[in-house]
Design a protein. Structure first.
Length: 536
């Protein structure tokens, strides 16, 4: 077996590698990469497959650090293949670990776990304690992201102890950084402070500018978590300068995110959004889904503070979509809590918007909320998937948003509407779609808004759709909407009792309503769907 760590280097190759490693420590990754590539070209043929695999891995690592994940993955896989062909089990194990790190950077924690587990088995098989400690640390990062802090802490301490024993100072700094970040989540401020301080001191001793910048960027979270805003600003200034010297765009993006949070807390919404926009740009360029989702959530909080509902919804939707991608791959156990927070905020905003819509019509206060409850109950009975019901409720809450274009005197008119007034009233579905047109909801609510006044026999508006041409969501909403209209007071008549309302609606089943849906609706316990019914 040939080891990548013991193969002799030619004087030329040896000098190029040493220069490349020095450039990496100084944060000059493009220079380091060029030097590694020159070293690769300097290898004589044949018989240098082991060294070639190692150099390919180091080149891949520079791309990983710069966020070029596709290229990093391709080169790491090539490095593993070359090392396997050269019979270098050590280099194969290290390349496998690197593939895990690429998957981790993409947010694909399940795939990362697979690579790390193989690398750990390989490291133990060949007795490579350093690699085993590196893998333990990477598995600890995955556990932290998933919220399994006990496992994460155990892995971090195991990694830290091994690196200390081996005297691998650079890896000690990495391990201390991860311990500190975990301590922040556990609200253990003093251990976090000590771990950060030692890690930064070790990086300074090594002249490792790149790692020092990252750790300084992470330390900002400690000041923010403790509410020490002036200290957080100073941390940001230091980390930003270090990141610029190191050319570390990832750390700069984290600094922009933190500055956005700081400015938001200071009440400077405009500046907060500018910083967050910078972070978002870098996150997208680096394909950093987790950072992009976090930034979108912070943007939503800024917009919410300004009571800017439309921008809040759009930002929350971006965050939800990104967090959902992570959740779909089972990568973040804690994302459920984040999604619950986002969803509850979505509902609060939409409900508040619905209330503002209804404020012009004194006869329909609470109409949207009641209709949403009835519609969701019918949707569930009709087999609509549970994960869709949240967005279905939002569509129901916003179904009358287009009534903003209808003058209050028409909305509140006690008598029959004139043809002109009726035409104006019938504009509200299309007006509603225009208002929400650029809101990219996770589930399309536009059919509900536009078609909830269509009729099963084709006599409705605005498109005159009939039967199953009418989207299912709109057919469901139509039943709920008409029920609430009949069961509550209107300008031209008092509310009908529940049983009389159903009798009136039964006469229109097959004409106005989908008969199958109306039959399901009659069987519902509407008192359980909403407390508003008992007051009607």
């Amino acid at each position: 077996m040939t080891s990548s760590t013991t193969d002799p280097l030619s004087p030329t190759t040896d000098g190029l590698v040493a220069a490349a490693q020095a450039a990496e420590r100084e944060g000059r990754r493009p220079d380091a990469r060029a030097l590694y590539e020159a070293a690769l070209r300097s290898l004589p043929e044949p018989g240098q497959g082991s060294l070639a695999g190692t150099l390919l891995r180091w080149i891949a690592r520079t791309h990983l650090d710069e966020g070029a994940l596709e290229l990093a993955a391709e080169l790491a896989e090539t490095a593993r293949t070359v090392s396997r062909l050269a019979g270098d089990a050590v280099a194969v194990a290290y390349a496998t670990n690197l593939l895990g790190s690429v998957a981790q950077a993409r947010g694909d924690l399940e795939r990362a776990d697979g690579h790390f587990a193989r690398a750990l088995r390989q490291a133990r098989s060949i007795g490579d304690l350093q690699l085993a400690a590196m893998v333990e640390q990477n598995l600890g990062i995955n556990a932290t992201i998933r919220g399994d802090y006990r496992t994460a802490l155990r892995r971090y301490h195991r990694s830290l102890a091994t690196h200390r024993t081996l005297g691998r100072t650079a890896y000690v700094a990495h391990a201390l950084n991860n311990v500190a970040m975990l301590c922040i989540r556990l609200r253990r401020w003093r251990p976090a402070e000590r771990a950060f301080a030692e890690a930064l001191e070790l990086c300074a001793e090594l002249g490792d500018v790149a790692t020092r910048a990252r750790i300084a960027g992470n330390r900002i979270e400690l000041s923010i978590a403790r509410g020490r805003w002036a200290e957080a600003r100073e941390d940001c200034a230091r980390a930003r300068e270090m990141a610029r010297r190191a050319g570390d765009q990832g750390t700069l993006a984290e600094v922009w995110k933190h500055l956005g949070i700081i400015e938001r807390e200071a009440g400077h919404a405009g500046q907060a959004l500018r910083y967050l926009a910078r972070a978002e740009k870098v996150a997208r360029e680096r394909d950093d889904l987790l950072l992009e989702a976090q930034v979108a959530r912070e943007q939503a909080r800024v917009h919410w503070g300004r009571r800017d509902h439309r921008d809040t919804l759009q930002a929350l939707n971006r965050a939800h979509r990104l967090f959902s991608r992570l959740q779909a791959r089972r990568e973040l156990a804690e994302v459920d809590a984040r999604l619950a927070e986002l969803e509850s905020t979505f509902l609060a905003i939409v409900a508040q918007w619905g209330d503002s819509i209804e404020s012009a019509d004194r006869y329909t206060r609470g109409h949207c909320e009641r209709v949403a409850s009835y519609a969701c109950a019918l949707a569930a009975a009709a087999g609509v998937e549970p994960e869709v019901l949240l967005w279905f409720r939002m569509g129901a809450l916003l179904h009358d948003v287009g009534k903003i274009v209808v003058p209050p005197e028409i909305l509140n008119k006690p008598g029959a509407l004139t043809p002109g007034e009726r035409a104006l009233m019938e504009r509200h579905p299309d007006a509603g779609v225009e208002l929400i047109g650029d809101m990219d909801f996770p589930w399309d609510i536009r059919p509900m808004v536009r078609h909830h006044h269509e009729a099963w026999d084709g006599s409705g508006y605005p498109a005159g759709l009939a039967g199953e041409e009418i989207p299912l969501s709109a057919r469901i909403l139509c039943v709920a909407d008409v029920y609430d209209a009949l069961a509550t007071d209107r300008p031209y008549r008092p509310a009908f009792p529940h049983e009389r309302t159903l009798e009136i609606m039964a006469a229109d089943a097959g004409r106005r309503f989908d008969p199958r849906l109306f039959a399901l609706f009659r069987e519902l316990d509407l008192a359980g769907a909403t407390p508003a019914l008992s007051a009607a």
